[in-house]
Design a protein around this ligand. Sequence first.
Ligand code: ARG
Length: 261
Amino acid sequence: MCPPEHFRVTYSINPWMDPGKPVDLPLAIAQWEHLRDRYLELGHTVEVLEPQPDLPDMVYAANGATVVDGRVLGARFAHPERAGEAVAHRDWYLSHGFADVREPEHINEGEGDFAITASWLLAGRGFRSSPLSHGEVQEFFGRPVIGLDLVDPRYYHLDTALCVLDDAVDGAVMYYPEAFSPGSRAVLARLFPDAIVADAADARAFGMNSVSDGHHVLVPQAAQGLFEPLRKRGFEPVGVDLGELLKGGGSVKCCTAELRS
Ligand code: ARG
């Protein structure tokens, strides 16, 4: 995770970002610390990446790389405003014992567009990550890639439209169908017939931008419609309010890069 010390909205690269809308920085920091504390209370380890003053979106740590089996595929950002984040992430991995760290050839925004299930690597495209990154990520991790087409600019990253609830069980996902093309919707229905299917209100509350450890699911508090379906499937939803960070177009998952060893 990367603390939002320098978080602000000074440019707009997704429909949620309005530079005219003020950000309450102390509140953003308090909300981020609350999320970090929930992870610690649940027994997880949190590593902290040093924020940089000229990179206000660095708080969205999920975009900086993808880590599977301890191997790291770095990011290459679509927008110049965020380009400098990629090297900060790669340097962090190199100085923290990760031997296999690859600088990618094609544009990919890390876990923003790559999600790991038991059998597959789900990969979004349409707004940020290049379709060419899908071949690259498959070759690097040796996991079969399922390409998914995103069609709604509000859900510009896969992790705003789909969440893996248990990466040991293939069926355990939730997603918002309207964010995907008709063909990708059919793919998701075929792969995940028992998924939790979110409605527009829960998607708008960034409910798909949740993080699960396989049992606890840290969910944006306002996505109330997800709590009961999650409980019914044996998960324990933990609500968190990241309202200030939503002004940059991100929530729980965007703020969390998962170190899959
Ligand atoms: N302002 C950031 C951007 O548009 C938000 C990134 C959100 N991160 C995510 N994993 N969806 O790039």
